[in-house]
Design a binder for this molecule. Structure first.
Ligand code: SF4
Ligand code: SF4
Length: 96
């Protein structure tokens, strides 16, 4: 389930001139924030972005910038409690 908050993802930016349309951001984003249209990535669900930074880390073209916030609160809390594998957000980051 994706939650949407109007203030989320405010720092997320794609430089369309650098984007190669490789789709890696679509693959790694756990909240389906991006879609590829006309061979370029577009932000289609900004409010679902939790500013985890995975897209920017995995964009080899350097086309994405985002200010990493605290990331996924559920993963952080679970790690703190010594619990892993209890999140069902479908993340491919192995963050939880
Ligand atoms: S990972 Fe980067 S280059 Fe690839 S589609 Fe996404 S923004 Fe474009
Ligand atoms: S920062 Fe994380 S949640 Fe936001 S668009 Fe990038 S991968 Fe998705």
């Amino acid at each position: 389930m994706n939650y949407t908050y109007p203030e989320n993802g405010a720092s997320l930016v794609i430089d369309a001139a650098k984007c190669t349309g490789c789709g890696q951001c679509v693959n790694v984003c756990p909240h389906a924030v991006f879609e590829i249209t006309n061979r370029i990535a577009h932000i289609v669900r900004r409010g679902s972005c939790m500013e985890c930074g995975a897209c920017a880390l995995n964009c080899s073209a350097g086309a994405i910038t985002v200010s990493r916030g605290v990331g996924c609160a559920a993963a952080i809390l679970n790690r703190y409690r010594g619990k892993t594998g209890e999140c069902n957000c479908d993340s491919t980051l192995n963050c939880c």
